[in-house]
Design a protein around this ligand. Structure first.
Ligand code: MG
Length: 236
């Protein structure tokens, strides 16, 4: 609380990232990036894909273009290259829900807190998929996606929009994130940020971005949830 300059914490909403938090989809994304970019002569390792997670596709492509070609990618290139990455991604077997995610979401709902999705993803069937795996949890008015934002993570914009959608202040919410840039965005929005390290990066990468708490799986966070909520409520 001191770190965030809060006098008190009054938890009303939990803002969830999606890839690598609710769905075990990051291995597919990392593969699609590293394989897909080969066609355009833009080398990218899987680990690097994890480092860029959360950034918009266009933003990531531009970084690769600057590095390899020494110039910005044109809008046409960004669209074409991202479309190919999406095609490679769509060939991967569909990723399942992250173990422990459904349990955690149901607990949070039962605790009477709002649940908001804040994702950089722009998949069209996103809500249908969420409803299939997490029925009764997500609604379209409590979602921030790639279609809503101008800057995207690591800018605080998506999480600030998430607060707005929930009608709450930074000291009334927490963020659950798996990616370094996502943690950076949550922290920049001045929200208590829980990092769940579900990927191959070292914990220190997430902690260095300012994560307030770190778990190694959604199962772990789900198991710790009751105690965590008690701690927050003791700060009210
Ligand atoms: Mg993520």
């Amino acid at each position: 609380m001191k770190k965030h300059g809060f006098e008190e914490m009054n938890l009303k909403a939990v803002l969830f990232d999606m890839d690598g938090v609710l769905f075990d989809s990051m291995p597919n994304h990392a593969l699609a990036w590293s394989e897909g970019m080969k066609k355009y002569g833009l080398p990218m390792t899987k680990e690097e894909a994890y480092m860029h997670e959360g950034r918009t596709g266009a933003g990531t492509i531009n970084i690769l273009a600057q590095r390899t070609w020494g110039r910005d990618a044109t809008e046409e290139e960004k669209q074409q290259i991202y479309a190919w990455k999406t095609e490679v991604f769509n060939k991967c077997p569909q990723a399942g829900p992250m173990p422990g995610a459904a349990e955690l979401l149901n607990q949070i709902k039962a605790d009477g807190l709002q649940i908001v999705l804040v994702t950089g993803s722009g998949q069209k069937s996103l809500l249908d998929r969420l409803n299939t795996h997490f029925p009764g949890i997500f609604t379209s008015d409590k979602m921030v996606t790639a279609f809503d934002v101008k800057y995207g993570k690591p800018n605080p914009e998506p999480y600030l929009m998430g607060l707005q959608k929930a009608g709450v202040k930074p000291n009334e919410a927490i963020v659950v994130e798996n990616a370094p840039l996502g943690v950076q965005a949550g922290v920049a929005a001045n929200i208590f940020t829980v990092a769940v390290n579900t990927g191959p990066l070292p914990d220190s990468v997430l902690l260095c971005e300012g994560a307030n708490l770190l778990c190694h799986s959604m199962n772990e966070l789900s198991e710790k949830w009751n105690n965590l909520l008690k701690s927050f409520r003791s700060c009210e």
